[in-house]
Write a protein that binds this ligand. Structure first.
Ligand code: GAP
Length: 477
């Protein structure tokens, strides 16, 4: 494939993520395994910050949402009731010549056509070819269930079959009645869950964007039938605000409204929050008004009532639900793509005069040096503060810097770096997105002030040690 600038941007980011410990290929020492990724020391902090901010916004700062942590493997009837056993399938086609396998809709879309739905299944329209070898010798589309199968217990027969959950949502529906009877919540209220989900995707691609193991953050917000439209609009709005809070700019975010004719028969609305990735505009989250399909299905399959009794109105009903469902890995990738910048800065780390690096240029103009920076919003940055003693061979500087380091790491993830020229230490922190660098120098020993350097502006200011923590608290919040 011809490499364009957008692919180079994703490749440069992936290479930085590997080099600096954000994301590694799973089982790399054995050649890797397609569709699985490991998050290194910085990547796991980044994901934790995303999860924590979601949980704080969606659960702990609200009175009408409670949390849940359900098991990954559930009774297989759950997946019959939810429709995943019968319907959670992607049509796929194989090239009979070179044996490459495709998601049928993706292959058609790439070639400007739409997969045709027929009464019996699907049909590939005229003219579609294998993008790898150009052959039009393709199989008929066949459905392929995306759930990973396993066996529970020692005997591997049909009665022991179970599935790794393909979404966290069903754990919430299956525990709806228990949560209602134990949490004193009243409709409208929500149950939230963060956890791993697994899908045997035919074509994992675009780095971590489509993986076979990933993490979801899902809220099921249970409402009175008839209030679907207003609650759906409310959650679309809330969720968009949240993305801006973690640093994704409004102009890169989109509300993709699903047309009514493409909605599932039980749904009344669905809006995706999409982001402009280097590989195109893609979904981060879906916000769906799903009626009472899920609870009704579980009521039917389990024989247990999912009805809610409204004491104020004396009404009994199966609540409807609005479901904002987001993927942690996709959000982490969006945050990384958005933060990544290659820049030319005036030599000597002086403030101002930053210019974006010219794509493809070998070196910066006279008087400038290149830097790579991750401009994370401070609340999401894996490391918030780095502390540097100016010289490592001056015990009194190191001791004072240690004091500052210990006080700072009580509050935030803090990095200690005492080796190399100070400019090189700044550069190392810029590359992993640390928003603040604190340098302890000889003046510190005289007047108890430190230099605080801000990552994006590279502005430096003297702050007294006694005010440092409250300065950082304001800046990070
Ligand atoms: N309960 C609804 C549900 O699971 P979905 O649109 O299939 O809806 C929700 O998934 C979110 O989960 C997506 O918007 C995406 O962020 C994430 N997601 C889904 N499949 C994924 C995959 N293969 N790799 C990474 N993230 C995925």
């Amino acid at each position: 494939m011809k490499k364009d600038h957008k692919h180079t941007a994703l490749e440069s980011l992936a290479s930085l993520c590997k080099r600096r410990g954000f994301i590694f290929q799973s089982s790399e020492i054995y050649g890797g395994i397609n569709g699985f990724w490991d998050y290194g020391p910085l990547g796991s902090e980044l994901k934790r910050n995303i999860r924590d901010h979601w949980w704080k916004t969606m659960v702990t700062s609200r009175e009408d949402v409670v949390g849940l942590d359900a098991s990954i493997i559930m009774h297989p009837r759950v997946w019959e009731a939810s429709g995943h056993l019968g319907g959670f399938a992607d049509p796929m086609v194989d090239c009979k010549d070179c044996k490459k396998r495709y998601k049928a809709d993706g292959l058609c879309e790439e070639q400007g056509k739409e997969l045709v739905k027929t009464e019996k299944g699907y049909e590939i329209p005229e003219g579609i070819v294998c993008t790898a070898c150009g052959s039009n010798n393709l199989t008929e589309p066949r459905e392929f269930n995306l759930m990973f199968k396993t066996y529970v217990g020692p005997v591997e027969d049909e009665s022991a079959v179970a599935y790794l959950r393909p979404e966290t949502a069903q754990g919430i529906f299956a525990q709806f009645a228990n949560v209602v009877s134990t949490s004193r919540q009243k409709v409208p209220f929500g149950i939230a869950q963060i956890g791993k989900a697994f899908r045997n995707e035919i074509n994992p691609r675009n780095y971590t964007f489509r993986s076979r193991e990933f993490e979801q953050m899902e809220l099921e917000f249970f409402i009175k039938p008839g209030t679907d439209e207003e609650w759906h609009a409310y959650w679309v709005n809330e969720r968009l605000k949240w993305y801006e809070e973690i640093g994704l700019p409004a102009e890169s975010l989109h509300k993709d409204v699903h047309p009514k004719e493409k909605l599932a028969h039980y749904a009344s609305a669905c809006t995706d929050v999409a982001y402009d990735f280097p590989f195109g505009r893609q979904e981060l989250e879906g916000i769906a008004a799903r009626g009472n399909f899920d609870l009704s299905q579980h009521q039917k399959f389990s024989g247990k009532s999912m009805e809610y009794f409204d004491q104020e109105t004396n009404e009994k009903f199966v609540p409807h639900v609005v479901e904002p469902s987001a993927g942690v890995d996709r959000i982490a990738l969006a945050v990384l793509c958005n933060a990544y910048a290659e820049e030319w800065i005036p030599k000597g780390d002086t403030e101002g005069g930053v210019i974006p690096a010219e794509p493809g240029a070998k070196r910066p103009p006279e008087g400038y040096e290149a830097r790579t920076v991750l401009r994370f919003k401070p609340r999401i940055a894996p490391i918030k503060v780095a502390v540097f003693p100016l010289l490592k061979n001056k015990p009194e500087l190191v001791a004072k810097a240690r004091e500052v380091f210990d006080a700072t790491r009580e509050n935030w993830s803090t990095f200690w770096d005492q080796t190399g020229a100070i400019g090189r230490r700044y550069r190392r922190q810029d590359e992993i997105g640390t928003p603040f660098g604190v340098t302890v120098d000889f003046d510190t020993l005289e007047d108890d002030t430190v230099t605080v350097r801000e990552r994006d502006s590279m502005q430096q200011q003297r702050i007294s040690v006694s005010e440092l923590q409250s300065y950082l608290r304001d800046a990070i919040a």
